[in-house]
Write a protein that binds this ligand. Structure first.
Ligand code: UDX
Length: 423
């Protein structure tokens, strides 16, 4: 059992703290937001993560998890200080490390000798060295331990990782950090810090490239009359390709992919390499937003001006309530700029969104609409009463940007239907 301070209680920090406590460690989670700390102390979990509330409750009841305001209040007696801080995208595309630098300065004089600072945030190559310089402590090591947590399955991904990556030049420090994951069966990769930092960017970029690639294949399928679902089936059985991240859609989004792609392009550029392949992946993704908006315009009779469009799904993917850099909002922005009115429903989004008429249920969103666009692959959308949907819409037209629905069943009900990559 180790004493761990986790700095930052977002979906990475809160999940990391709760899971380390679940593994038997003594964890103090710190955040600068006093209101958030109060809510966490009351057992209120501000993010939608399967299994997280139960883990927090059990660990808190067992006195292995507590919450404090400010990093300085958490690190006093810890053996490990795990940084789970935001690294937002700076105006020039580079990752903004100011939160990490600020916390490193704050905790430098407070860390006990032989403590280890663990960098879990997605950070540019070389950041581990930067934190070392800011700490300025010969008796404190800094180790990179990137996270591979997907929103909506963060607890599962933490406790059942495909691999654990540790970047450190000090073998003893690497072994000490590896020991925190005792009880988790997974391959352990120990490398230098730069390689560990690069593994995260390279992994996310490859996944985004897979999605952009399958979206491009879907677009070709439309042009040649092939069905992308059969193509994916034929591709995925090849073990070298697999089926994951091969679902065509409106494009990729979220709080990680867009930020990490631009950061990696910038890291490469600063190092003198033009990462053209990745620039093409990012551009293909922007083009996919345009392409889905154009599908909706065609379904509306050729022009969006003055039309009412219904949208199901606002989050960047199913099983989350996160709308940050959501492809749905990117497509909606294009619909609005084309002069459309947008009525939207997403069960996970109850708050208003600029320029969007957010409705309380899926049918209300369809009232008087010329086209219904499905932009997030929520399972509950599949089982709705489409006779009722047709009755409330001005015209029964559907653009299914996630290939979620059944074209045959809908066409039988008189809908016009267009998916992605299939007739
Ligand atoms: C991602 C990485 O998967 C995770 O390892 C990393 O730690 C954080 O970033 P996340 O941002 O939660 O996780 O989203 P993810 O599930 O990867 O999906 C990213 C985007 O790709 C979403 O917009 C999703 O809808 C889209 N996507 C994903 C597709 O369009 N098709 C697919 O087949 C898979």
């Amino acid at each position: 059992m180790s004493k761990i301070a986790v700095i930052g209680t977002g979906y990475v920090g809160l999940t990391t703290g709760a899971c380390f406590a679940h593994l038997g460690h003594h964890v103090v989670c710190a955040d600068i937001d006093a209101d958030k700390v109060e809510r966490l102390r009351r057992g209120e979990i501000p993010i939608l993560e399967a299994g997280l509330e139960e883990l927090v409750r059990a660990a808190t009841d067992a006195d292995r998890l507590s919450f404090v305001v400010g990093a300085a209040s958490a690190v006093g007696t810890c053996e490990f200080a795990v940084l789970c801080l935001p690294t937002p995208q700076g105006p020039d595309g580079s990752a903004d490390l100011s939160y990490i630098e600020e916390v490193a300065r704050e905790i430098a004089p407070l860390l006990t000798s032989e403590a280890i600072v663990v960098n879990k945030s997605t950070v540019p190559v070389g950041s581990t060295r930067l934190v070392e310089r800011i700490l300025g402590r010969d008796d404190v090591m800094v180790v990179s331990n990137p996270e591979f947590l997907r929103e909506g399955s963060a607890v599962h991904d933490f406790l059942h990782p495909d691999r654990i990556v540790i970047g450190s030049d000090d073998h003893k420090a690497a072994i000490r950090v590896a020991s925190l994951f005792e009880g988790i069966q997974a391959p352990l990769i120990v490398s230098d810090p730069a390689s560990a930092e690069m593994i995260k960017y390279a992994s996310n970029s490859f996944l985004a490239a897979k999605v952009s690639f399958v979206n491009a294949i879907a677009n070709v399928c439309e042009a040649v009359g092939a069905d992308v679902r059969d193509v994916i089936l034929g591709m995925g059985y090849d073990k070298r390709i697999g089926f994951e991240f091969l679902k065509p859609g409106p494009g990729w989004g979220g709080s990680c992919f867009p930020k990490d792609m631009l950061a990696l392009i910038r890291i490469a550029e600063d190092a003198g390499y033009d990462f053209g392949v990745l620039e093409a992946v990012v551009q293909a993704n922007r083009d996919q937003y345009d392409r889905v908006a154009a599908k909706v315009a065609r379904a509306a009779g050729g022009s969006l001006a003055g039309s009412t469009i219904a949208v199901w799904g606002l989050t960047f993917k199913a099983r989350t309530d996160d709308t940050r850099h959501s492809p749905a909002l990117e497509v909606i922005a294009r619909l609005l700029s084309g002069g459309a009115r947008v009525q939207a429903f997403d069960p996970a989004v109850r708050h208003d969104l600029e320029g969007i008429d957010v409705r309380k249920d899926a049918y209300a969103a369809c009232e008087g609409a010329t086209v219904l666009a499905v932009l997030t692959e929520r399972d509950e959308f599949r089982w709705l009463d489409f006779d009722k949907v047709a009755a409330v819409m001005a015209r029964p037209a559907i653009v299914d940007a996630r290939n979620l629905l059944d074209p045959t069943a809908l066409r039988r009900r008189g809908f016009s239907y267009e998916g992605v990559g299939r007739a």
